[in-house]
Design a protein around this ligand. Structure first.
Ligand code: ZN
Length: 320
């Protein structure tokens, strides 16, 4: 029968850095071995999520050195800065984060660092009437899934770079125009592909509610077991409600996310099976974290395309 209880796993982040002195023997101030040394004259940018870092590394070219604090599989809602992160933030010239309460545990750090250097929440430039809200009126922070909104956010970061380095303003602008053309092509390609999914199957079921903007952009219903933040609780009723939605719409597949424990989605599949409903695992989507560096999914465009292709295949039954 159905699972008795779905037990939420609470990740306890152990902050083990308090009181420890930095062990940085022999390191020069701005050197960072793992992320590549900063070249002469480069602007040092630190970001939270890869969805900010990677596009800015394309637009900034060799004038910038971009480091992202949150790599593949990392959940920004629960993320706590390490002592190493604080050092990176301290050593940087500019800090960009997404905001709208995505990086909920880092706000105080950003306020503190912001007293000394430009620190910008790029998602917070988006006009309020374009933002989605949940039933409790909380703003949905996952704006990178609406390509036009993400262009607005990235544009504000590029403006900040131009202010910081007016000599490179034309270079940044030219690179931005080129990159935004690629984003426009991605938008067109994604809309055309997802438009082919038949009407009653246009439902994306995932572990947490990260795909609201994606759904609005592509006219798809979105069901997240957890709310807008992974801090929200999941109850047995959420799982039952989701199974009812799957039944009503004859949805063939549900999706796990690369940065979220897959157990809740597995509970949906098992619960559906106990009601003789065969739901497939449609694959893994990149929601709040991108893929590994050096792979297509490690880029904003590549991870977006991966999601579109994965959703398309699972909901149309193609590629089986
Ligand atoms: Zn999220």
């Amino acid at each position: 029968m159905t699972k008795q209880m779905y037990k939420r796993t609470i990740k306890v982040t152990i902050v083990m850095v308090l009181g420890l002195s930095l062990i940085l023997t022999g390191c020069a101030t701005k050197e960072n071995k793992s992320d590549g040394a900063l070249s002469e004259g480069q602007i040092s940018i630190v970001t939270t999520i890869g969805q900010i870092a990677e596009p800015l590394s394309v637009i900034g070219g060799d004038k910038v050195n971009v480091q992202s604090l949150m790599g593949p599989g990392v959940d920004p809602h629960l993320y706590n800065a390490t002592q190493g992160d604080i050092k990176k933030l301290d050593d940087s010239d500019i800090v960009f984060y997404s905001g709208l309460h995505l990086e909920g545990n880092m706000i105080e750090i950003f306020e503190e660092i912001g007293k000394r250097k430009p620190v910008l929440a790029i998602g917070e430039v988006v006009p309020k009437d374009q933002l989605l809200r949940d039933d409790a009126d909380a703003v949905d922070p996952h704006i990178w899934f609406d390509i036009d909104l993400w262009k607005q956010a990235l544009n504000s970061a590029v403006d900040e770079l131009k202010n910081f380095s007016p000599d490179n303003a034309e270079y940044f602008e030219a690179n931005k125009v080129k990159y935004f053309e690629e984003l426009d092509a991605l938008s067109k390609e994604s809309k055309e592909k997802l438009a082919q999914i038949e009407k009653e199957k246009r439902v994306i079921v995932t572990a947490h509610d990260a795909f609201g903007y994606f759904g609005r952009m592509h006219d798809m219903k979105v069901v997240g077991l957890q709310g807008l933040s992974t801090e929200d609780e999941i109850g047995i009723s959420d799982i039952d409600e989701t199974i009812q939605t799957l039944l009503e719409h004859s949805i063939p597949a549900v999706f796990v996310e690369s940065s979220i424990n897959p157990n809740s989605i597995k509970a949906v599949i098992e619960g559906a099976a106990s009601q003789n409903l065969n739901i497939k695992l449609g694959g893994e989507l990149y929601s709040d974290a991108m893929g590994s560096e050096g792979t297509p999914e490690g880029t904003y465009i590549g991870m977006y395309r991966h999601n579109v292709d994965t959703i398309f295949k699972a909901l149309t039954g193609s590629g089986e």
